[in-house]
Design a protein. Structure first.
Length: 122
């Protein structure tokens, strides 16, 4: 079976398809890639929601932000953490940080959204 190597991590094709299989996970990786360091989960939820709805972060309402935050916390960030792409410890800082090299995934991520800089948080 072909392996996709990401900075010492070996992801099978099934793992890659799972990681990229939901827009929240794809947008999470894009947001984290566009910003060095860690991102607060609330800020991440705002950015992911904005990307999904093609809005600016200012346009995201509290209800949508909360819905995305819950999904990220309980489902999508743990999946990304389980394959070693992000670090997340809600009991400590509650921030999410990209720790794996996603360069091999960027062509796929960019094919969906060529302008990653549009959604920068800083």
């Amino acid at each position: 079976m072909t392996q996709l190597s990401t900075d010492g991590l070996d992801l099978s094709p099934d793992q890659v398809y799972d990681v990229l299989g939901h827009p929240y996970r794809r947008h999470t990786l894009c947001v984290l890639h566009s910003r060095p360091g860690s991102v607060d989960l609330t800020e991440l939820a705002t950015a992911v929601s904005a990307r999904c709805d093609e809005q600016t972060p200012v346009e995201v309402d509290d209800t949508e932000r909360h819905t995305v935050l819950v999904e990220l916390h309980h489902n999508h960030v743990p999946r990304l953490r389980s394959v070693g792409l992000v670090a997340y410890n809600p009991a400590e800082s509650g921030a999410v940080e990209l720790v794996g090299d996603i360069e091999p995934l960027l062509p796929t991520l960019r094919s969906e959204d060529d302008d990653l800089q549009q959604y920068r948080l800083d």
